[in-house]
Ligand binder design. Structure first.
Ligand code: PRP
Ligand code: ZN
Length: 298
């Protein structure tokens, strides 16, 4: 019997690619990538990777060509509208946000264009690869504008005289600035998410899928969490533990040579800010250490 493998669709090149491969690496999944290759497989985990245009990823999952995909919320929402679905969870199973690929879908106009408010877009033409999201936004605001659907290089459309404005993704804003464009309206905030196909897998495939999801979950949970160690006066223990963000079961230890204090070790599942440390200090804590976590398996 050949071992079953799961198939993951990733963006071939673009904003998400590096972070996706980085996530796999941190999940202990080794993948050797060759230039211009559309398909690669892992040697140490039963997963194959299909490298495609991000816009094609939702369909590959919906049609069960791939079992998992990493895609921006922007692309997922556009696909949902284009398929007349009520919600993207009707089409695919969202697994979790991945804390990268942050961007927004915005309408941008030439820098010298005197944009005042949304009504300025009335009667104008807007080039985009997101016609459905744009149309929904314009309809909501009762704006009659012409949508010009293009497949790429949206940002040069105004200079070429193809459109008055564009509707595209903005991350750092570098692309807009380089093309003498400025943001006028934000339609949607987005980040990358892991999605899964909805069919029932064979038990063996489901086992691999669970393993994969648990690895990804472990990496992200670890990056969202911190390990904190500190000393606390015994009589302030309750008060100090209450300050620790997202801690469920701290480990309390006796300290050699100091019966008045205890050591506290805990995993904080939420961010630990300087303000938290200052509060702990004010409550009597000392020797406070905050450390990053690499992996977590709960
Ligand atoms: C998006 C968008 C811009 C760029 C914006 O491309 O189309 O080209 O990112 O990023 P910036 O604000 O940091 O300059 P994406 O990577 O999604 O590729 P695609 O449009 O070809 O799918
Ligand atoms: Zn795209």
């Amino acid at each position: 019997m050949t071992t079953q493998r799961i198939r993951l669709a990733l963006q071939k090149s673009g904003r998400l690619s590096e972070d996706c491969f980085d996530l796999l690496a941190r999940s202990g999944i080794k993948v050797r990538r060759h230039k211009d290759q559309l398909f690669c497989h892992s040697e140490n985990f039963p997963i194959d990777i299909l490298l495609v245009r991000d816009d094609d990823i939702p369909s590959l999952i919906i049609e069960h060509v791939c079992d998992f995909g990493i895609v921006g919320m922007n692309v997922l929402q556009e696909t949902t509208l284009s398929k007349n679905a009520h919600d993207y969870s009707d089409l695919v199973e969202p697994i979790r946000n991945l804390n990268f690929g942050y961007c927004r879908l915005s309408i941008a106009v030439p820098s010298d264009y005197e944009y005042e408010r949304i009504e300025s877009l009335s009667g104008k033409s807007i080039a985009t690869t997101y016609p459905h999201l744009l149309q929904k936004f314009l309809s909501t605001h009762d704006i009659d504008a012409k949508i010009i659907e293009l497949t790429g290089s949206i940002e040069i459309a105004p200079r070429l005289g193809i459109a008055d404005a564009i509707c595209d993704l903005v991350s750092t804003g570098g692309t807009l600035a380089a093309n003498h464009l400025k943001e006028a309206e934000t339609i949607l905030h987005s980040q990358a998410l892991l999605i899964k196909a909805r069919p029932t897998f064979t038990p063996e495939k489901q086992r691999i899928a669970n393993l994969f999801m648990r690895r990804v979950q472990g990496v992200l949970q670890a990056s969202e969490s911190k390990y904190i160690m500190l000393h606390a006066p015994k009589d302030k223990l309750q008060q100090i533990v209450a300050i620790l963000p997202g801690v469920e079961h701290p480990t309390i230890m006796t300290l050699d040579g100091d019966p008045t204090k205890v050591g506290i070790h805990a995993v904080c599942s939420e961010s630990v800010f300087w303000e938290t440390l200052e509060k702990l200090k004010d409550a009597g804590a000392s020797s406070i250490l905050v450390m990053p976590l690499e992996k977590m398996l709960m």
